[in-house]
Design a protein around this ligand. Structure first.
Ligand code: G3H
Ligand code: 13P
Ligand code: ZN
Length: 314
């Protein structure tokens, strides 16, 4: 299928607008009807562009046909400015598969490979994707934490600005994920006072003026969800996310895509735990899943308003 048949757009014009008007397009991960419903409800209510992100493991979990059924059922129109994006694709084959399914944007994440191999693979993906008018994100620098069920990076190494320039020139990718202090998952820091490296970001922006940059691992790990989870039988201790004021500041720079997954997972889990505990007689999944959609919709709405500044930008 062509992505335009689903009413989807690629991310190119979104990012030009995001840089010009100083906001970031939210990329929220989805993996079932509930997550997709919540993301779309918030984006539509707030008139925000949005990137629907699905990792390789999320695609496997849904299955190709179910994923396409969900996207078809979402009745997306091009004026809504919605992209369907492969998050952390690890091979050319994974990117080709996503493009053949109807994804409008792909990420090739070869950041764990040596620089030259990262360039080689990212360039090959860009060459293939551009023939289909699909936009391509690559990554340079390594974020600590779990990036996917199958891969983990243990050490943080910030993106080198000179290498970023060389990488973008050599690959022809459309956007670059940079490492400036964020990481995946819910254990990102020892305290919320830890600062993102805006000094490194400024140097990258100087080398690559007006080039779209991407921030992964940008969940704030809202204490209210941790409190609910832990007081209703969960055990997620010492979790810590990125301060939302720092993300709000980042959204006004050339960071034009900010990725959030863990905050939705926490909202989903908080709602399910609370509803099941408070209504021990319920055995209708629609009771607790409806609350999960509500918590996640509120989370996406909050992110759009307070971090991304993407309200009314669709
Ligand atoms: O950054 C990775 C995303 O949070 C996706 O994680 O592979 O468990 O779907 P996943
Ligand atoms: P979080 O784990 O901080 O939500 O990051 C999500 C992400 O980067 C998806 O690619
Ligand atoms: Zn990521």
């Amino acid at each position: 299928m062509k992505y335009s048949d689903f009413g989807l757009v690629n991310t190119r014009e979104m990012f030009v607008d995001a840089i010009a008007r100083k906001y970031a397009v939210p990329a929220f991960n989805f993996y079932n009807m509930e997550t997709l419903t919540a993301i779309l409800a918030a984006a539509r209510k707030m008139h925000s562009p949005v990137i629907l992100a699905a990792s390789e493991s999320a695609i496997k979990y849904m299955g190709d046909d179910m994923l396409l059924g969900l996207i078809t059922g979402a009745c997306i129109t091009p004026t809504e400015r919605i992209a369907l994006h492969l998050d952390h694709g690890h091979s050319l084959d994974a990117c080709i598969h996503a493009i053949e399914l109807g994804f409008s944007s792909v990420m090739i994440d070869a950041s764990n490979l040596p620089f030259d191999e990262n360039i080689k693979l990212s360039r090959a993906v860009a060459k293939y994707a551009h023939r289909h008018n699909v936009s391509v994100e690559a990554e340079l620098g390594v974020l600590s934490g779990i990036e996917d069920e199958n891969t983990s990076a243990t050490d943080s190494s910030y993106t080198d600005p000179d290498a970023a320039l060389e990488f973008v020139r050599a690959t022809g990718v459309d956007s670059l994920a940079v490492a400036i202090g964020t990481s995946h998952g819910v254990y990102k820091c020892k305290s919320a006072d830890e600062k993102l490296r805006f000094d490194i970001l400024r140097k990258i922006e100087k080398k690559l003026p007006d080039f779209p940059l991407v921030l992964h691992g940008a969940s704030s790990v809202h204490p209210k969800f941790l409190e609910i989870i832990n007081s209703y039988g969960g055990k997620i201790k010492h979790a810590c996310g990125i301060d939302e004021k720092q993300l709000s500041r980042a959204a006004k720079t050339n960071i034009c895509k900010i990725n959030v997954d863990s905050d939705l997972r926490l909202g989903f889990t908080a709602a399910v735990r609370k509803t099941i505990k408070e209504s021990p007689d319920t055995f209708n999944p629609r009771d607790y899943l409806a609350n999960a959609i509500k918590y996640m919709t509120e989370t996406c709405t909050y992110e759009i308003t307070h971090k991304m500044h993407s309200k009314n930008k669709a």
